[in-house]
Design a protein around this ligand. Structure first.
Ligand code: GLA
Length: 357
């Protein structure tokens, strides 16, 4: 009887050793940051909550972090003389403790910014001079505060208009200050931290018309001697858009300006277009996951081929249980755009990115 119990115990321990490790959140899988160590840093956008939720995954796979919202004006500088660094500090501390690079995001953007920035006491738009003074104060304070900690800044986000008939976006920043806002933002960010790499960041830069506008803008800045070091292609992609060829053309075109390129907000929605009338609430269909994996595979082929120009690739999130695409553009439509699933296990897309050697 005693021997039978011992034998059973022995078998149980053996089974645990052999199979127990199988999958507790993919502990035995290759580490993305290791697989890509000769290519580029692998990043994720995070919040003070997700650095706790995804603690293990982050430490294992990622070596670059971007605060998803915590450095945006409305959070870091909500009122004229109030700066709140706490939420972003949590992320920066976590990153530095774990030897990760930090991308600061973002200094000039038309969204998630309080309206006081553009207004006087009476609610009228301020002059260009006043707006530039406010911008300078903000940049010197925020970039200065993170000097030595934040290595890369998305200085200006989404300034270019989607309307082919206009160049800069129809937003208070540019209505009041024009292109000088962009020039000064880069100059002051450089003044506040001469070691930081400074980026222009935008979406749809794979599309020829917008790609050309961004190219023209950056070319002008470079010709004027403005310190700009890179362009961020956001990379919020869909099952049918863009093609790898479009991406490669953009990378080459921007690289010809002598700047670096990063994919800064990568995710691949499992929907075919932004407003597809479907909702895979419980389970993503197998064929969609396969298609998504194929897209990730082809994107990373392009990225690896162009590694000399690429200084980082950042996912906009970590695992499918937390993604902004559940709320945008269709609120409540569940999406599965990342390479780890809702249980933090690797998806087919993960394996396509990792198995190339
Ligand atoms: C844009 C911004 C990001 C983020 C995403 C949506 O791409 O650059 O900061 O807000 O939208 O989450």
């Amino acid at each position: 009887m005693r021997w039978t119990k011992l034998l059973l115990g022995f078998i149980l321990v053996l089974v645990l050793i052999l199979f127990g490790k199988e999958d507790t959140m993919g502990k035995d899988i290759p580490a993305l940051r290791e697989v890509y160590k000769d290519y580029f840093p692998i990043g994720a956008a995070v919040s003070p909550e997700t650095i706790v939720l995804f603690d293990e995954l982050l430490k294992k796979h990622f070596n670059s972090l971007t605060p998803e919202n915590q450095m945006k004006w409305e959070i870091i500088h909500p009122f004229p003389s109030v700066y709140r660094f706490d939420p972003a500090d949590k992320i920066v501390e976590f990153a530095l403790k774990n030897h990760m690079r930090v991308r600061g995001h973002t200094l000039v953007w038309h969204q998630q910014i309080p309206s006081w920035v553009f207004k006087d006491d009476k609610g009228n738009f301020v002059s260009k001079k006043v707006l530039l003074e406010r911008l300078r104060e903000h940049i010197m304070k925020v970039v200065g505060y993170y000097k030595g900690k934040v290595a890369v800044w998305d200085v200006v986000n989404e300034a270019i208009s989607d309307n082919p008939k206009e160049f800069l976006r129809d937003a208070p920043w540019y209505k009041i200050g024009g292109e000088e806002i962009i020039e000064k933002a880069f100059i002051w960010a450089h003044e506040a931290n001469p070691n930081a790499l400074l980026f222009y960041n935008d979406y749809n830069l794979e599309e020829p018309v917008k790609r050309d506008k961004a190219y023209q803008l950056i070319k002008r800045l470079k010709e004027k001697g403005i310190p700009i070091h890179g362009v961020g292609i956001q990379g919020h992609w869909l099952l049918g858009w863009p093609t790898p060829e479009m991406l490669e053309e953009s990378i080459k075109k921007f690289a010809s300006l002598g700047i670096k390129v990063e994919i800064t907000e990568l995710d691949v929605s499992i929907y075919k277009d932004r407003y597809e009338n479907a909702n895979f609430a419980d389970n993503p269909p197998e064929d969609r996951l396969e298609k998504q994996a194929e897209i990730y595979k082809r994107i990373f082929e392009v990225l690896r081929r162009n590694k000399n120009y690429i200084s980082g690739v950042t996912f906009w999130g970590v695992a499918d249980n937390v993604t902004w695409l559940d709320f945008w553009p269709v609120r409540g439509r569940k999406d599965y755009p990342l390479i780890f699933d809702i249980n933090q296990n690797p998806k087919k897309a993960f394996w396509e990115i990792v198995n190339f050697k």
